[in-house]
Design a protein around this ligand. Sequence first.
Ligand code: ADP
Length: 436
Amino acid sequence: MSILLGCIADDFTGATDIAGILARSQVPVTLHLGVPDQEAVIADAPFQIIALKCRTTPVDDAVTQACRALDWLQTQETRRYYWKYCSTFDSTAEGNIGPVAETLLQRINNSEKTWNGLPDTIQTIYCPSFPENGRSVYMGNLFVGEQLLHESPMRHHPLTPMSDSHLGRLLNTQTTSEVATLTLPIVRQGPDVIRERLIELANDGIKHVIVDAVDNNDLMHIVRGSEHLRLLTGGSALALHLPALFRVHGWLNNKLQIESAPPPEGGRIILSGSCSDMTRRQVAAAADKCSCLQLEPIKLARESQLDDAIRWLSQQNDSATLLVYATTTPDAVVTAQKELGKEAAGSIVEQAMATLAQLAFDQGRRQFIVAGGETSAAVANALGQKRLAVGREITPGVPWTTGRRKGYEFSLALKSGNFGDEEFFSTAFDVLNSIE
Ligand code: ADP
């Protein structure tokens, strides 16, 4: 099977985000955790997502990772490519969004000259808008809800503080050639005008075009107006409209449907290592419905709390929903980080979550929710997952997935810190267990 859309995502929960968005179409989606081995995996779904870990790595590393992912996609005869980053454009002036896009564009163009009978242009668009989650772009400026990006809480992000909302200006510092903006008044004139304008810009040598979008209708126009481009870049919401376009082209076989099998039988466990505001509320809301265990980095380091946790786990009733959390207040995080160091405080929690996930699996638990991007990576790796089949979406950006370990299927939902509402954990199990 050739791949219709090969997506390279710059982080783990960002990859599950776009996987869930594409799976809304009911077209099978495979999520790879890291670049698949060159020969080992044959594409088994029209939409393939490769989760990298390169949002904040040095540029050279990000470009190398993305090129390896592209190499694999090209060996599988991929028709279109997507470079997925965060809808808040998380990246610094030295960041990776531009350099990776530029390299992918060049390599795709070098290796594949003819494309779909449409004009051949070395150009891509940048479209982080995600209207369902309040991210929009107007006159090249990115908004988070009603706030400009640089006035939103993103200005304090620990790794990628966003101090400029103007995407053209930001991207200009990352690319070797000029960046243009295709503004909303043009987008609203529809796909034909968008395509004409993009081709005009391409004829002027413009390879990088920021595209305004405020609502889903704008995104639909953009997807249709950019169908001549081999590479798209953006958040996940633009991709929502690709399956319909592929259907119009007759690329999608209507019989190809996600199989919605009932969830595997076995107990439930939530592992929460995120300390985001939303996750704290979700943990508080779930606490009285679950059998709970709190992990604390200082106790894990100084009092072998992990041994107690292992003992606790083996004493739990199979039918209880377990909630293991290190989720805590910002003050407590700072205290742990001061005592242990920032890296060590995080990694001791991640290692404990990984160990407990393996043990819970061995004890027959088969429905896992993990909260936190880094925590998700640690747990999915500990469970030995290289790829996951993407299933029903719980909330925008968080799908259920199915993995396989030691001959058994299990369900896994990976939630980035800020996603979902307060009732996310119970909603997630309801969604999974309503599948018949
Ligand atoms: P998010 O998606 O909210 O950013 P992550 O899992 O990516 O969540 O990051 C949270 C980080 O905080 C992880 O490295 C985790 O191990 C660490 N952590 C969790 N609980 C604590 C705690 N109580 N003290 C210090 N660090 C913690």
